[in-house]
Design a protein around this ligand. Structure first.
Ligand SMILES: [Zn+2]
Length: 92
């Protein structure tokens, strides 16, 4: 029995390395608990500098303000905000 192919929106994503995270349009943000500051990492720059195969579990970014080691989080792509949905009678 053949398994039907998944539509493009349901294809599994691979988030093992910075390159694959970037290819899947996800973002990586770093958090400094001491400053309470979030910063999005520039994945294109990190990949260009040779860090494309690094994984999140090996990353311990250092805060540029206080030099404390922070944590990283993976964020999925967010849809562009285009206003609240319009409610009303269906077009005829
Ligand atoms: Zn800090």
């Amino acid at each position: 029995m053949d398994v039907p192919a998944l539509p493009p929106t349901l294809q599994p994503v691979t988030l093992e390395s910075l390159e694959s995270i970037h290819a899947c349009l996800h973002r990586v943000v770093a958090y400094c608990a001491k400053c309470g500051r979030w910063v999005e990492l520039d994945l294109e720059r990190l990949i260009r500098l040779g860090h494309g195969m690094r994984t999140l579990s090996t990353m311990t970014p250092r805060c540029l303000r206080c030099r404390t080691r922070g944590t990283v989080q993976l964020h999925p792509p967010t849809p562009k905000w285009d206003g609240y949905p319009r409610h009303g009678p269906a077009p005829s």
